[in-house]
Ligand binder design. Structure first.
Ligand code: SF4
Length: 121
């Protein structure tokens, strides 16, 4: 188990992407922060563009575990690893990337829940 609880970060493709149309974002975030053993849960609208990079460089700390709910894990790795490396963090050892596209809210919540429980064991 890591020293602190994982932090949950949701990326929602500007809120316009059909891949997230079945998801109630605020219901999901409130369920995660209220019911799961995480430090906190936050939302960013679009991590894979320039201001997302700037946010990651500002926000990510070495050694902390992050669960990122967004798109395909391979794409997440490709898009986030360099910004993280610039601030001394490591995508592979610190991020658990989850693909939460095309899911109902409850289904996405269950996926995050299983991940948090496995991490906190
Ligand atoms: S990182 Fe993935 S989920 Fe987030 S805006 Fe980019 S494509 Fe969409």
């Amino acid at each position: 188990m890591s020293e602190s609880k994982p932090k949950f970060l949701m990326c929602i493709c500007t809120g316009q992407c059909p891949g997230f149309s079945k998801l109630n974002l605020w219901e999901l975030i409130n369920m995660i922060r209220g019911e799961l053993d995480v430090e906190y849960a936050i939302v960013h609208p679009q991590l894979c563009v320039e201001d997302g990079d700037r946010f990651l460089k500002d926000y990510i700390k070495p050694g902390v575990k992050y669960i990122i709910g967004a798109c395909d894990p391979t794409m997440q790795r490709k898009m986030f690893k360099d910004a993280m490396a610039e601030v001394g963090a490591n995508f592979d050892s610190q991020v658990i990337p989850l693909d939460l596209r095309n899911m109902e809210t409850e289904q996405a919540f269950q996926k995050v829940k299983e991940t948090v429980e496995a991490l906190n064991k």
